[in-house]
Design a protein around this ligand. Sequence first.
Ligand code: ZN
Length: 211
Amino acid sequence: MVEKLFRKEPYLGSCESTVASSEGREVTLDKTVFFAFSGGQQSDSGTIGGFNVLEARAEGPEIHYKLEEGANIKEGDRVEVRIDMEKRKRIMCLHSAAHLVYGVFSKQYGPKKLIGSNVTGDKARIDFEHPESVSGLLPPVEEEANRLIDENPPAKTYPDEHNPDTWWWECMDFKYPCGGTHVQSLGEIGKIKLKRKNIGSGKERIEITLA
Ligand SMILES: [Zn+2]
């Protein structure tokens, strides 16, 4: 099973790895810095052994990487795994911001039932059940979230003591189960902007971008 270096070291942009299996243009690795889409977080972009990764797919605890045409990597090969760190850093900021916004919103207006979330290098969104438009509720949430970001509190991630493949994100008194990649201090986020999207009756979406 692949060792997911991005969990302990989300700021690591490359690593040396051994190809654990190879089938056509699809490979698995003994360790990796390359995150595969899960929990709503977009996959990283990058290369393995110099070949572009077209798709990174999480299957249980394993990650399968599909490489570009012409890739000829075999089991046992030593390869360099490299990711687009600019995109990764934006994902880390937006992912952390999504937890923070959800936490602040829940604190101000009561706990919400989350029905979805998504984080890319451009924006994050959280969807939850709420009976009416949250438009008017967002300015104080945005203000409080940015105030907390300015205070620059540390955020940590760690494996669950009973279930080591489940990870936790914790910052101030917010704590959520999450296996994604995050910044180590909220100040790195800079400043965020919030926008409401209507996604159907009884469902609200908050879109988060970096200002
Ligand atoms: Zn997270």
